[in-house]
Write a protein that binds this ligand. Structure first.
Ligand SMILES: Cc1ncc(C[n+]2csc(CCOP(=O)(O)OP(=O)(O)O)c2C)c(N)n1
Ligand code: SF4
Ligand SMILES: [Mg+2]
Length: 335
């Protein structure tokens, strides 16, 4: 006789400070990511937050290739590779498959976390449609985590829709005739997904420089149920061209300059976090040059480029309907 099936989630209480974080690791040694790779840290923290009853699905990219060299793997939990644009489909299909098997009594009914991760190329560009579809299926529980190293890093740092304005990539090398090849502004992926999927109960942004907060957002996403989405900004020493020891500091600077706001949208309510909250409440932002000039990918910037970048970030905070999250502006009455 089949056990009674319920579509419940694991209730993962937030870690109340770093000393309360569990010691067990589910992403261990055996990977070959670069020294200082923040995305590898994100994998480690993500699955530590989720715990042992978790299935991880990973789309093609550094976190697939560098983590699964033949006969070695750092994953302690079940892990599966999925095609570059398929994190959304993999999350939905796995969640639906588990639900069907449990309903039919073919496996023990228990809440199992399903996490599908993707890079910015796989998630913010190629797989955006599949992620969007998944976020409308409220009957299936899953988390899609986008690790954003701001390029197609695994294939040698090509420009993605997440690459910042002006950055030097293999597709946008600065030249003597034309200094800036990449002149498009970065996509606002988390804001877009939150605004466009009204039944998705949880969308958040994170940065592993704020590790406990990051893990607690993963725990919240998995506990709340339905399809959920987290966007993580991950400094990448190879693609961003900086000393690996600066990864943590660059993550902090991205937040302190207001370039990458930390927030969550839960059931339609926006909550800013940490230093981002302080900025919303009036704390001055650090100048963007403090962040940009620490990275070789912006070494060709002149004052004019820094000024443009600063003005665009100022706009996010001074003009957007919800600072750093939703860019629409209301028309002024009488116009
Ligand atoms: C359909 C398809 N097109 C191209 C590739 C080649 N490819 C493998 S990894 C990769 C880069 C993916 O970039 P991203 O998703 O940002 O992950 P990252 O490598 O930066 O970690 C590309 C283009 C592929 N595997 N599949
Ligand atoms: S290229 Fe960047 S994302 Fe890829 S393994 Fe190296 S540091 Fe990590
Ligand atoms: Mg990438």
């Amino acid at each position: 006789m089949a056990e009674t099936f319920t579509n419940t989630t694991q209730i993962l209480q937030p870690f109340k400070g770093v000393k309360k974080v569990t010691l067990e690791e589910y992403f261990t040694s055996g990977h070959r990511t670069c020294q200082g790779c923040e995305s590898a840290l994100v994998m480690k923290l993500m699955v530590k937050a989720a715990g042992p009853r978790t299935i991880v699905l990973g789309s093609t990219g550094c976190m697939y290739v560098a983590n699964t060299t033949y006969y070695t793997t750092p994953w302690v939990v079940p892990w599966m590779h999925t095609q570059l644009g398929s994190s959304g489909s993999a999350a939905l299909g796995t969640s639906a498959g588990l639900k069907a098997l449990m309903k039919k009594g073919k496996m023990k009914a228990e809440p199992i976390n399903v996490i599908a991760f993707c890079g910015d190329g796989g998630g913010a560009d190629m797989g955006l449609g599949a992620i969007s579809a998944t976020l409308t299926h409220k009957e299936y529980n899953s988390l899609i985590l986008l690790y954003d190293n701001e390029s197609y890093a695994n294939t040698d740092i090509q420009l993605s829709g997440s690459t910042p304005y002006g950055a030097n990539t293999t597709f946008s090398p600065p030249g003597t005739v034309k200094r800036l090849i990449h002149t498009r502004w970065k996509k606002n992926t988390a804001g877009m997904l939150a605004a466009g999927h009204t039944e998705c109960r949880y969308v958040a942004t994170v940065c592993a420089s704020y590790a406990v907060e990051m893990m607690n957002k993963v725990r919240r996403a998995l506990s709340i149920g339905g399809p959920t989405f987290i966007h993580s900004l991950d400094p990448c020493p190879k693609g961003w061209d900086y000393d690996p020891m600066l990864s943590h500091e660059l993550g902090e600077l991205a937040v302190e300059t207001g370039i990458f706001p930390l927030y969550e949208v839960e059931d339609g309510v926006v909550r800013h976090y940490g230093k981002t909250k302080a900025i919303v409440e009036g704390r001055p932002r650090k100048p963007v040059r403090e962040y940009l000039l620490k990275q070789g990918r912006f070494a060709h910037f002149i004052e004019e480029d820094l000024g443009y970048f600063q003005a665009k970030v100022d706009e996010m905070w001074d003009k957007w309907e919800i600072p750093g999250v939703i860019p629409f502006r209301k028309e002024k009455p009488g116009k």
